[in-house]
Design a protein around this ligand. Structure first.
Ligand SMILES: [Mg+2]
Ligand SMILES: [Zn+2]
Length: 169
């Protein structure tokens, strides 16, 4: 069984915008992300993004643009010889009542199945309570971060928790 760190995207990897990240110009990746993801992978975690992108079904950007944004994040990570294992996104609007939009845990469950992940050894990290709810529903450890929190703090929290053997609650 694998262990994973599931990351929210907006507000964790890149700056959140109230009008959505719609282009590469609007994608502001936080400086500590490269090193942080590299460290998480070296600690044996898969790193998987779980993100709500209703921007798709709202018709604001298309799938091609979303993929372009995610490729840019991967390109940035490749500079440090690291990567995100997979991006899972929910394209739906809230009124579509899907099973994958956080706080629902559909995307996390899918990733758990795709990668044979043990949720009790894994983490869902985000800047919204809906991220935490999704993680708890999927049986993961959770960490609520503030956007201004350095990514390093995430790494420290997970590594020290592992050292103390407190990987599950
Ligand atoms: Mg967020
Ligand atoms: Zn959905």
């Amino acid at each position: 069984m694998n262990k994973a760190v599931f990351l929210d995207r907006d507000g964790v990897i890149n700056r959140r915008r109230s009008d959505y990240v719609k282009s590469l110009d609007e994608l502001e990746i936080f400086p500590s992300v490269q090193e942080g993801i590299s460290k998480l992978r070296k600690s044996g975690f898969l790193v998987i993004v779980i993100t709500n992108q209703s921007v798709i079904n709202r018709g604001i950007i298309n799938l091609e643009k979303l993929n372009e944004i995610h490729s840019k994040i991967q390109k940035k990570l490749r500079e440090k010889d690291t990567k995100i294992d997979k991006f899972y996104f929910c394209p739906h609007r809230p009124d579509e009542k899907c099973d994958c939009r956080k706080p629902k845990s559909g995307l996390i469950i899918q990733a758990i199945n795709d990668f044979s992940i043990n949720p009790s050894e894994s983490w869902m990290i985000g800047d919204s309570l809906t991220d935490i709810q999704a993680g708890e529903n999927a049986g993961c450890n959770t960490l609520l971060v503030k956007e201004q929190d350095a990514f390093e703090k995430i790494v420290d929290a997970i590594q020290s928790s592992n050292n103390e053997g407190q990987t599950s609650k």
